[in-house]
Design a protein around this ligand. Structure first.
Ligand code: SF4
Ligand code: FES
Length: 269
């Protein structure tokens, strides 16, 4: 039921309906990696439909701080769909009910007054909870460190990268793979907690360009080995990763990675 807002001006009393939505939030609270976590209930009101999901979380935290309670820890940075930091599992879906948007670009107009919203962290062995809704995604960094780069000759006699002609189709495919923001929604969506969509996007963006071909096989072997060492699961072709990826990274990148990996394994044998 909508609450009323009472406003008294002189001897006139106005009773106005309070604007914004009233929501029930069920949020995962966990003090640290060792502590037992649990869902906790919160009520929040005055949420405008044009607020972003993270702004709604800010309103909640302001209320919690004013009430002397511990604010909810959650990750965010750019709030523009670029950095990949925001990582909330909302009503059972990574980044919530909208397709092709990150949590920071999700708006409250996707919800209705009176809704109950479940908010959880990414759930994967390789992404341990740090606190509340924050998980440690440094496993992704270590996969990149294992081979997600191009070694460049810096002797001074290097050809400018832009001087190498690249077919438009390859440039476009490389760019599409490079749109991966490393958010980890693919892992959170996958029943096996597989990181193959992420790893294959990072391999593809380099492998599709001439500069990335030189270390192609070595890169695939090292990055896949690191991916396995971090405890991510295997791909069983359910496609949940592609469906939930906010950047629409294609499963065809996994097929490309598998081809490169198979070739590398034969060469190595
Ligand atoms: S592949 Fe998509 S879901 Fe996975 S990390 Fe990259 S952007 Fe996020
Ligand atoms: S906060 Fe940067 S992508 Fe959401």
């Amino acid at each position: 039921m909508k609450k009323n807002f009472v406003y008294i001006c002189g001897n006139i009393k106005y009773i106005l309906p309070m604007s914004g939505m009233n929501l029930k939030l069920k949020i995962w609270r966990q003090a640290n990696n060792k502590a037992q976590g649990a869902m906790k209930d919160y009520a929040i009101s005055g949420i405008e439909p044009d607020m972003s999901f993270l702004e709604m979380m800010d309103v909640l935290n302001e209320k919690l701080i004013n009430d002397g309670d511990e604010p909810v820890a959650f990750d965010h940075d750019c709030r523009e769909g670029i950095c990949g930091m925001c990582s909330l599992h909302i009503n059972g879906r990574p980044h919530g009910p909208d397709d092709r948007v990150t949590t920071c670009q999700l708006h409250m107009r996707k919800f209705k007054d009176g809704d109950t919203i479940f908010i959880e962290p990414w759930r994967a062995k390789a992404f341990p909870v740090v606190k509340d809704l924050v998980v440690d995604r440094s496993a992704f960094d270590r996969i990149i460190q294992a081979g997600g780069y191009v070694n460049v000759n810096t002797s001074g006699r290097t050809i400018d990268a832009n001087a190498i002609p690249i077919p438009k189709k390859d440039a476009d495919l490389s760019f599409e793979a490079a749109m991966c923001i490393g958010c980890g929604a693919c892992v959170a969506a996958c029943k096996n907690a597989s990181a193959m969509l992420f790893t294959s996007a990072k391999i593809s963006q380099l492998d599709l360009l001439p500069q990335g071909k030189v270390e192609s096989q070595e890169r695939a072997l090292k990055m896949v080995a690191q991916m396995d060492a971090e405890g991510f699961g295997n791909c069983t072709n359910t496609g949940a990763c592609e469906a939930e990826c906010p950047k629409g990274i294609s499963l065809s990148n996994i097929a490309r990675m598998n081809r490169i990996y198979a070739g590398a394994a034969i060469t190595e044998a």
